[in-house]
Design a protein around this ligand. Structure first.
Ligand code: FCB
Length: 484
C-alpha cells in the first residue's frame, strides 16, 4: 500500500460521495457509537409532532395555474430514470386534496406539517414577477392547515428547480444565489403573515451529489467537476435567502434541513485504512454544509473540492443566524478505502448482523444519536427538529402494507435515540415523520412507500395504516411505548 491517499484530491472524495447510494443499499449496521438507553420515555409537553412532504412528490397538477417546468419534469421523462416508469402527474393529488391532508394531520393529532413550495409554481421561469395563481395554492394550503390547528412549516427548495434556471447553469451558476433570495422574498411577502416557520433547503448534500455527480436525481448530471460549485452555491443561496426572509419580516423562525449521515469506516482488518476515507467523505457530506452555516468556514477536507467557487466575503453570507437546524436521518454511510478505484474510496459494508428496512437502508438509530450529539458538542447545541425520519414498505407496485408493525418498530427505536440525545443535553424540539401519505419517491417512483397513510393510486383514497394510530397516541400523550 504505497499510494498516498491523503490529502484527498477532489476525485477521491467525489467517488466516495458517488457511492453513497450504494452504501445505503448495501446492508446492515450496528452502532459505532455507544448510545445509552433512555431513562425516561416521556417527551416534554412542548415537544412538537408532525409529518413531512415535498411538493413534487404529492401535488400532481403539474400544468395547473401557470406552473413552469421543473428539472424533475424533464428528468422523469428520460427513459430508465424512474424504476417503474411512473410520473407524478397526479401523485397524491394534494394540489386539490390538500384539505383532506390537513384533516388527516389533525386526525392524528399531528399539529405540524412540513411541506415544500414548488419554485416553478411561484416563478415559472425562476425569476421575475410572481405567478399569483401558483402562490395562491400555498395560501389555501396554509389556511386549511391553520383551520385544522396545524402549524405550517414551509421548505423553500425541495429539489424542483425551474428548468429555465437549469438551462442557465442551475446550481452550478453563482447567479442562483440571487434568484433564490428573490424567490424567498416573494414567499415571505405573500405567506409570511401565516407561515412563520421556514426551512430554506432540503438535504443540499443529496441534491448536490445525486443530482450532479451520480445522475440518479434531476437534473441528472454526472459531472464530478461540478460538485464544489454546486455545494458552495447552495450554501451561498441559503445565506442570501435567509437574509431576504429576515429583511421581509422580523417574526419568522428560519432554519434549514440537512441529511446528516455519520460516515463510518468499514470494519475488519483494514479498518485503520478505511478511517481516513470515511473522514474525507464526512467533510463533504456533513461538514461542507454544517460549517459554512454555523461556523463561517469550510472544513479542511472540503476546501480542495470547493476550490475556486469560494470568493472573498462569501463565508460572511453563508454564516447566518438560524433559529433551528432540521435533521433528516435514515441511516449511516459505510465507507472503505479502495485501491482499485482511482478515488481510493468506495462504499463499504456495514457489520453483518444489523437489520435493514425494505428500502435497503440499515436500521441504525445510533447514527441519529451520534449526529445529534455532534450538533450538541461541536456546534454549540443548536435547537434541532427532526424534519424527516421513517422507513419504506417493501418495494412493490401493489397496495400499501396497512398493518405496518415494522414501521412502528423503526419509529420507536429512532425516537428512543431522540430521547437519549435529549437526556444527554441536546435541544431537540420536535419530530416530523416522513411521510404523511405514500407518495412518488423520486427515482423509485411509486414502488417505495413511506406514509403513515396509504393511497389508492386510481382513486386517491387515503387509508390510515397502523402507524397512523400509533403516532396519534404518541402525539397525544408524548409517551413512547415499549415494544410488545
Ligand atoms: C429524503 C428526501 C425525501 C424522501 C425521503 C425518503 O432524502 O428528502 O424527499 O425522498 O428521503
Amino acid at each position: 500500500m504505497t499510494t498516498p491517499i491523503f490529502p484527498l484530491h477532489r476525485r477521491a472524495v467525489l467517488a466516495g460521495l458517488g457511492a453513497v447510494s450504494l452504501a445505503a443499499a448495501s446492508g446492515c449496521a450496528p452502532a459505532a457509537v455507544q448510545m445509552p438507553a433512555p431513562k425516561s420515555r416521556q417527551f416534554p409537553k412542548d415537544f412538537i409532532w408532525g409529518a413531512a412532504s415535498a411538493a413534487y412528490q404529492i401535488e400532481g397538477a403539474l400544468d395547473a395555474d401557470g406552473r413552469g417546468e421543473s428539472v424533475w419534469d424533464v428528468f422523469a421523462h428520460i427513459d430508465g430514470k424512474i424504476v417503474d416508469h411512473s410520473l407524478p402527474a397526479i401523485a397524491c393529488d394534494s394540489y386539490r386534496r390538500y384539505a383532506e391532508d390537513a384533516a388527516l394531520l389533525s386526525g392524528a393529532s399531528l399539529k405540524n406539517y412540513r411541506f415544500s413550495i414548488a419554485w416553478p409554481r411561484v416563478q415559472p421561469t425562476g425569476a421575475g414577477a410572481a405567478n399569483e395563481k401558483g402562490l395562491d395554492y400555498y395560501s389555501r394550503l396554509a389556511d386549511a392547515l391553520l383551520a385544522q390547528g396545524v402549524t405550517p412549516w414551509a421548505t423553500l427548495f425541495h429539489w424542483d428547480l425551474p428548468q429555465a434556471l437549469q438551462a442557465n447553469g442551475g446550481w452550478g451558476n453563482r447567479d442562483i444565489a440571487e434568484r433564490f433570495a428573490d424567490y424567498a422574498g416573494v414567499i415571505a411577502a405573500k405567506l409570511g403573515d401565516r407561515v412563520k416557520n421556514f426551512i430554506v433547503l432540503n438535504e443540499a448534500a443529496v441534491h448536490a451529489v445525486l443530482g450532479h455527480v451520480t445522475g440518479e436525481h434531476a437534473p441528472g448530471l454526472k459531472d464530478a467537476g461540478l460538485l464544489g460549485r454546486v455545494i458552495h452555491h447552495e450554501n451561498l443561496a441559503q445565506g442570501r435567502a435567509i437574509q431576504a426572509l429576515r429583511a421581509a419580516r422580523n417574526d419568522l423562525r428560519i432554519g434549514t434541513t440537512l441529511a446528516l449521515m455519520p460516515a463510518r469506516a468499514e470494519g475488519g482488518v483494514a479498518a485503520f485504512a478505511n478511517r481516513p476515507a470515511a473522514e474525507g467523505f464526512d467533510a463533504l457530506w456533513n461538514g461542507a454544509f454544517l460549517d459554512p452555516l454555523l461556523r463561517g468556514a469550510y472544513p479542511e477536507g472540503a476546501l480542495a473540492t470547493i476550490g475556486a467557487a469560494l470568493q472573498a466575503d462569501d463565508l460572511a453570507i453563508t454564516k447566518q443566524p438560524v433559529d433551528f437546524i432540521g435533521v433528516n436521518y435514515y441511516s449511516p454511510a459505510y465507507i472503505k478505502l479502495d485501491l482499485s478505484s482511482p478515488s481510493r474510496i468506495a462504499a463499504g459494508a456495514p457489520p453483518a448482523d444489523t437489520p435493514r428496512d425494505a428500502f435497503g437502508r440499515e436500521i441504525d438509530p445510533s447514527g441519529l444519536y451520534e449526529m445529534l450529539e455532534r450538533l450538541r458538542t461541536q456546534y454549540e447545541n443548536p435547537l434541532v427538529y427532526i424534519t424527516e425520519n421513517g422507513c419504506s414498505d417493501p418495494f412493490s407496485n401493489g397496495p400499501a402494507v396497512i398493518e405496518d408493525g415494522f414501521r412502528i418498530d423503526y419509529l420507536r427505536k429512532h425516537l428512543e435515540a431522540v430521547r437519549s440525545a435529549m437526556e444527554a443535553g441536546g435541544r431537540i424540539g420536535g419530530y416530523f415523520h416522513w411521510s404523511l401519505i405514500d407518495n412518488w419517491e423520486w427515482a423509485l417512483g411509486f414502488t417505495s412507500k413511506f406514509g403513515l397513510v396509504g393511497m389508492n393510486r386510481d382513486t386517491g383514497l387515503r387509508t390510515p395504516k397502523a402507524s397512523y394510530a400509533w403516532m396519534k397516541a404518541l402525539a397525544e400523550s408524548g409517551l413512547l411505548d415499549t415494544a410488545a
